[in-house]
Design a binder for this molecule. Structure first.
Ligand code: BV8
Ligand code: ZN
Length: 248
C-alpha cells in the first residue's frame, strides 16, 4: 500500500480548488497503451509519421487506420480504480476539475463531472475541410476513411502535433491552475507542451503540487510531494484517508 503524506490529505480537505492533471499513465491500468513506455505507441511509430496533419494529408488512409486500431483497443477498455477514485473524490473536496491529455474518454465514462479534454477525444470525428462534426459511432468501425458531404476527409477529433489546443479548454485549465490550492499530476511524462506547462503554472502560483508516477519526470522537481506508485493504488488510498478525515 503506498504511503500518502498526511500533508496531502490535510491540503485536500481544506482546498477550495483542486486540479488533477492526467496523462496516459492514468489509463495504463485500463489496458490503454501509453506513449513512451516500453512497447508504447511512440516506440513503434514516430509522432511526425502519424499524429500530425501533414502525415494525414500525405497518407490519410494510413493515419485513419492507425486511429481505428487505437479505437479498437480503447473502446474495449473500462475505467480503472484510479478513475473511480477520482469520481469518489468529487464530493469529498471542493472544486475538483480533471484536466486530461488523454483522448480515451475514460474519466467521463467513470462518472467524473468536470473534465477538460486538452487533446480531444478519439470517439469523435470532424471534417478536415469544413469542420462538420461526425460523432456517430458507426464511423468508428469504418476501415476506409469516410468523406464528408463537402468532399473533405473525416479525421479523429484529436489535437495533432503542431496544432493549437482547444482555446477555451486551455484557457480554463490555465486559469484553474493559477487558482488551484492543490495540483495533482497523475501518469504523465511531462514532455508535451503546453499541457506539461500546467504543472509549472500551478507551482508558480503556490499550489501544493503532487506527482503520482512510478517514474521521475521533468515535473518531479516542482512537486511538493512525489508518490512513486501507480494511480490505481494511490488514488483509492487518498480517497480512503479523506473519508476517514471527513468522518472525523
Ligand atoms: C502546440 C493526441 C502550438 C493525439 C497528443 C519543443 C519544445 C516544447 C514544445 C515543442 C517543441 N517542439 C514542438 C513543440 C510543441 C509540441 C510538443 O510539446 N512536442 C514535444 C514532443 C516536445 N506540442 C504541440 O505540438 C502541441 N501543440 O504546441 O500548438 C503550436 C502550433 C504550431 C506550431 C508549434 C506550436 C500539441 C500537442 C498535442 C499532441 N497530441 N495526443 C494522439 O493521441 O494521437 S500528445 C500525446 O502524447 C498525449 O495526448 C500526451 O499529451 C502525450 C503523451 O504523454 P503522456 O500522456 O505523458 O504519456 P507518456 O506515455 O509519455 O507517459 C506516461 C507516464 O505515465 C510515464 O511517465 C509513466 O511512468 C507513467 N505511468 C505508467 N503507468 C502508470 C503511470 N503513472 C501512474 N500510474 C500508472 N499505472
Ligand atoms: Zn466537410
Amino acid at each position: 500500500m503506498p504511503t500518502i503524506p498526511s500533508s496531502l490529505v490535510d491540503r485536500l480537505a481544506r482546498a477550495r480548488c483542486v486540479v488533477v492533471s492526467t496523462g496516459a499513465g492514468m489509463s495504463a491500468e485500463s489496458g490503454v497503451p501509453t506513449f513512451r513506455a516500453e512497447g508504447g505507441l511512440w516506440t513503434k511509430f514516430k509522432p511526425e509519421e502519424l499524429a500530425n496533419v501533414d502525415a494525414f494529408l500525405r497518407n490519410p488512409q494510413m493515419v485513419w487506420e492507425w486511429y481505428q486500431s487505437r479505437r479498437d483497443v480503447i473502446l474495449n477498455c473500462s475505467p480503472n480504480a484510479g478513475h473511480t477514485a477520482l469520481v469518489e473524490m468529487e464530493p469529498l473536496v471542493q472544486g475538483l476539475t480533471i484536466v486530461t491529455q488523454n483522448i480515451d474518454g475514460l474519466h467521463a465514462a467513470a462518472g467524473s463531472t468536470d473534465v477538460i479534454e486538452l487533446h480531444g477525444n478519439i470517439r469523435r470525428n470532424f471534417c478536415q475541410q469544413c469542420g462538420e462534426r461526425y460523432d456517430d459511432a458507426s464511423l468508428l468501425s469504418m476501415t476506409e476513411i469516410p468523406s464528408c458531404s463537402c468532399g473533405g476527409m473525416i479525421r479523429p477529433d484529436v489535437v495533432w502535433f503542431g496544432e493549437m489546443l482547444p482555446e477555451k479548454a486551455l484557457a480554463r485549465a490555465e486559469r484553474l491552475c493559477e487558482e488551484a490550492d492543490v495540483f495533482i499530476s497523475v501518469g504523465t511524462s511531462g514532455v508535451v507542451y503546453p499541457a506539461a506547462g500546467l504543472a509549472l503554472v500551478a507551482h508558480q502560483h503556490h499550489a501544493f503540487t503532487v506527482e503520482i508516477n512510478p517514474e521521475e519526470t521533468p515535473l518531479t522537481p516542482y512537486a511538493n510531494v512525489a508518490i512513486s506508485a501507480a494511480a490505481g493504488a494511490v488514488l483509492p488510498e487518498v480517497v480512503r484517508l479523506l473519508r476517514e478525515r471527513t468522518a472525523g
